[in-house]
Design a protein around this ligand. Structure first.
Ligand code: FES
Ligand code: FES
Length: 900
């Protein structure tokens, strides 16, 4: 047996043949070592070997024998923090925290040269959440947090309550548990975009040592469902089977293999012999809409003919007349690309049967309650028999508003009676997880000479892929707020969500609105230039304002209205800051052109369909509080914000409120953490609950002291009745003696919804020959009401804006006949540190009358105006309109050389 020295402790162990150091360390239960890719691209697995950082997924484990291995858990002795961990703490240089261990292990080894060249030195470490700004702050020694002061929790930049655990490697993400007897599940994915399965021979797979079972479509419940998680399951078509006898996209799961090790499960997948009958495939939604196109789903699934499963149409006013009144009309077709969330923690879940004979599913999900409902339906279970929960979730961005791993692990564990885990690889993510809907939008827009809009007409085709999860809801969002952003009496739209043999699309930050915001904001810019009106002024003249009807293309009244209004202020801020400039000049040389662009977006805070949350709060025996909320924390800062809301109401420190969340056994129901509802719905539930508990305490205190409750007030850890202070601990004891529980729960519903808004300004330089783009100045103003936690709000915007730049400039899933050809992080380029511009972020000074404590949503809306602002700046620089994302150098080169 070999000996390995890890964090100062000796282990006698033998790595498996070919085993990498990352998985070997995790087998030793050193869970601070994470996986984002297993290919050397993300840096989440970074450890030190003899004091030097390495990507442990690239190092054969046996190479570490006789050497000193240090992971995040051993960076500082005895639970203390290394100065870099302390710097990450003070700057809060993380959101989901999944990248933090690798980031710290890399940066803690930096010398002065690396510190002075972060774009180069950090090229091996990716973060999808932060936009790297807070990481730069940490390395710059900045402090972004404020003290936690009783009565002043709301509006303070308080740290994430799990900071210490995340930064020292103690936080437990979905896969960070050791379970006795754990089995591993892997799936074989279809190599074909459309094929019927004639037969699957499992003999060779079952003969692989360690393989326990193989499951195909013949073994699993034949029940149609949708993988999408929503409150109302009817908004998504039930068109999916757990395993099917028809593959409708390349990457669809064909069979599941369960084995004693991941390696055996993978070998079992390779040994499966599948006979396919190839079927004609269609990839372009416009082609898929034509008569005679291959039809993906049978009549029992589809409610409409052909591949269009959802079409939305509407008109307000008279669009034809509106165009007659226009002095200028602009029309163009714009399209957006297929991109993926790339949350650094991949999908995965673990299922087992407890001693209580109940089934338990530990999962990386944005909606454990909605997943529980679907799992009960699929497996024929009662809710009482199934416990679904999350611990730390390493990012989601909408990608985990989907049930894509829980079903098979639960099925397998119910069959085998042993715990089963399925952890997705990065390739699984690219081949089998959902993406942003690719949309093509034709916009026709007319205006009078003074810029007044007279008519808007949009035609949207959304490629929903092989299954319709989120297809109708994203289409509704696409035709909702982007069209409602402008005052215009005449609006018309037609939208179609179309099945094709591409991998399924799903929910993704911005949720359909991002795609049509791109098209409409480009079109408004082009119209402004035709009218010779400044693009900011054009928007100022036409953007909705308080008192306007908030309407897109439907005559029905909406429940959305301005609980506060700051979009005009956002336009002013961006105009001012761009005019001020930041002094960054374009590179020297005649081939560099410079341009400036802006774009705006509004967001109705929450989905148009139902969403609800509950919270429960209790006074504890020592006078502190406990809060239970059903929503998941996935790096969006919601646990911090919820503690702050509760603490504000009780007049205590946020640290005086303990929190548990996202657990079907322990917390009240929550539809899920998605659609910008974490603050405005779950936060509202927390606010209502805390207010009710405060009233309950004051009422009891009044009775206890024979004082009018009106004369009782909370004062930190005491209640003061008249002028008599009573410690809350004493009040709790008195109440308990009388059977009073000091426990309340309240629910919150979505409606009415308020409206947030964002404006992005970009000044860039573009090289006319190489197509290279450099962002010179990036300015963002957000109307998000009163920020509960300004630092976290800014962090959410930093991340959303960085994602917007990725969408605009580098990210693109490239498919050939439905097969992705760049399914690795090194070829699918999310922004690295070097690619991410520093964005100056400002908040409009508003306090919302609808959102809790004056707050609005802010997790999603920051992404929406980024890509169109870049497009508008490119047009300003070159005189050429780039209407199709992404703006990669090769595409720019082609268009610029065409037109030069
Ligand atoms: S997991 Fe090793 S570099 Fe990504
Ligand atoms: S905080 Fe960096 S990936 Fe989430």
């Amino acid at each position: 047996m070999s000996t390995y020295l890890v964090n100062g402790r000796r282990y006698s162990a033998e790595p498996g043949p070919g085993q990498c150091l990352r998985t070997f360390l995790r087998d030793l239960e050193v869970f601070g070592v994470k996986k984002g890719c297993d290919a050397g691209d993300c840096g989440a697995c970074t450890v030190w070997i003899d004091g030097k950082p390495f990507h442990s997924c690239l190092v054969p484990a046996f190479r570490a024998e006789g050497r000193e291995v240090t992971t995040i858990e051993g960076l500082a002795p005895d639970g203390a923090m290394h100065p870099v961990q302390k710097a990450f703490h003070d700057a809060q240089a993380f959101q989901c925290g999944f990248c933090a261990a690798g980031m710290i292990m890399t940066t803690a080894a930096f010398g002065p040269d690396q510190k002075n060249d972060l774009p180069h030195a950090l090229k091996g470490n990716l973060c999808r959440c932060t936009g790297y700004r807070s990481i730069a702050d940490a390395l710059d020694g900045k402090t972004n947090i404020e003290p936690d002061v009783a009565g002043k929790a709301c509006g303070a930049s308080l740290p994430n309550p799990f900071t210490d655990a995340i930064l020292t490697g103690k936080a437990r993400y979905t896969m960070d548990v050791a379970i006795e007897g754990l089995l591993h599940l892997k799936v074989l994915r279809s190599p074909h975009a459309h094929a019927r399965i004639v037969g699957i021979n499992r003999t060779a797979a079952l003969a692989v040592p360690g393989v326990i079972a193989v499951y195909t479509w013949e073994d699993v419940p034949r029940r149609l469902y949708s993988t999408a998680l929503h409150e109302d399951h009817l908004v998504d078509p039930d068109d999916t089977y757990m395993l099917d006898n028809v593959a409708r996209f390349a990457g669809q799961r064909i069979a599941a293999v369960v084995a004693e090790s991941e390696g055996a499960a993978e070998a079992g997948c390779r040994a499966l012999d599948v006979e396919y009958e190839l079927l004609p495939a269609v990839f372009d939604p416009v082609e898929a809409m034509k008569p005679g196109a291959p039809v993906l789903h049978d009549k029992d699934v589809l409610t409409s003919d052909g591949n269009v499963y959802c079409d939305l149409q509407g008109e307000i006013g008279d669009v034809a007349k509106g165009f007659e009144q226009a002095d200028v009309i602009h029309e163009r077709t714009y399209s957006t690309s297929r991109v993926q969330h790339v949350h650094l923690e991949t999908h995965g879940s673990i299922a087992w049967q407890g001693e209580d004979r109940r089934w338990h599913v530990r999962t990386s999900s944005q909606g454990p309650f909605a997943a529980q409902k679907k799992l009960c339906y699929l497996m024929g279970l009662k809710a009482r028999d199934l416990h679904v929960f999350t611990e730390c979730v390493g990012g989601g961005f909408g990608g985990k508003q989907e049930m894509v791993s829980e079903d098979l692990v639960l099925f397998a564990t119910m069959k085998l009676g042993r715990p089963v885990k399925w952890e997705w690889t990065r390739e699984d993510e690219f081949l089998g997880a959902t993406t942003r809907h690719q949309m093509t939008t034709r916009v026709r827009v007319g205006a009078r000479r003074d810029g007044t809009l007279t008519a808007i007409d949009v035609h949207v085709v959304s490629n929903t892929g092989a299954y319709g999860n989120h297809g109708s809801e994203t289409l509704a969002a696409a035709m909702g707020s982007p069209l409602a952003a402008y005052r215009c009496d005449n609006k018309k739209g037609a939208g179609f969500a179309v099945y094709t043999n591409m991998l399924p699309s799903g929910g993704f930050r911005g949720y359909g609105a991002s795609q049509t915001t791109f098209a409409i904001e480009c079109a408004i810019d082009e119209l402004a230039r035709l009218l010779d009106i400044d693009p900011i002024e054009m928007r100022r003249r036409n953007v909705v304002r308080p008192g306007d009807n908030i309407e897109s293309i439907w005559k029905e009244p909406t429940d959305a209205s301005f609980g506060s209004y700051g979009i005009a202020e956002c336009l002013d801020i961006v105009e001012r800051e761009l005019a001020r400039g930041n002094g960054v000049a374009k590179p020297a040389g005649e081939d560099w052109a410079e341009g400036t662009g802006v774009a705006l977006a509004i967001l109705e805070c929450g989905p148009p369909t139902e969403h609800r949350s509950g919270a429960e709060m209790k006074l504890l025996a020592d006078g502190t509080y406990h809060l239970a909320v059903g929503s998941s924390e996935m790096g969006n800062g919601i646990t911090t914000a919820h503690k702050q809301i509760a603490a504000s109401v009780m007049g205590v420190r946020a640290g005086d409120v303990a929190i548990v969340n996202a657990d079907t056994d322990l917390t009240p129901y929550d539809t899920g953490t998605f659609a910008s509802t974490g603050t405005v719905v779950a936060g509202k539930a927390v606010h209502l609950t805390a207010q009710a508990l405060r009233e309950d305490i004051l009422a009891f205190a009044g009775r206890h002291t024979s004082t009018d409750p009106e004369r009782c007030r909370l004062d930190g850890d005491a209640v003061v009745c008249g002028d008599r202070p009573i410690p809350l601990a004493d009040l709790h004891a008195a109440g308990t003696a009388l059977g009073h529980r000091f426990t309340v729960s309240r629910k919150a519903y979505l409606s009415p919804r308020t409206i947030a808004g964002n404006v992005q300004g970009v000044r860039l330089a573009v090289h006319r020959v190489t197509g290279e783009i450099r962002i010179l100045h990036s300015v963002h103003a957000a109307d998000i009401g009163r920020p509960i936690n300004p630092m976290q709000c800014r962090g959410q915007l930093d991340g959303a804006i960085a994602m917007g730049y990725g969408w605009a400039l580098t990210e693109n899933m490239v498919h050939d006949e439905g097969r992705m050809v760049n399914a690795q992080l090194r070829n699918y380029r999310i922004p690295a540190y070097a690619d991410t511009p520093h964005t100056e972020i400002f908040f409009a000074d508003t306090v919302d009358s609808i959102g809790p404590l004056g707050a609005k949503s802010q997790g999603e809306c920051g992404i929406n105006p980024v890509a169109p602002a870049v497009a508008n700046a490119l047009a300003d620089a070159t005189g050429v309109r780039f209407a199709h994302l992404p703006f990669t150098p090769d595409r720019l080169f082609d268009r610029l050389t065409e037109t030069s």
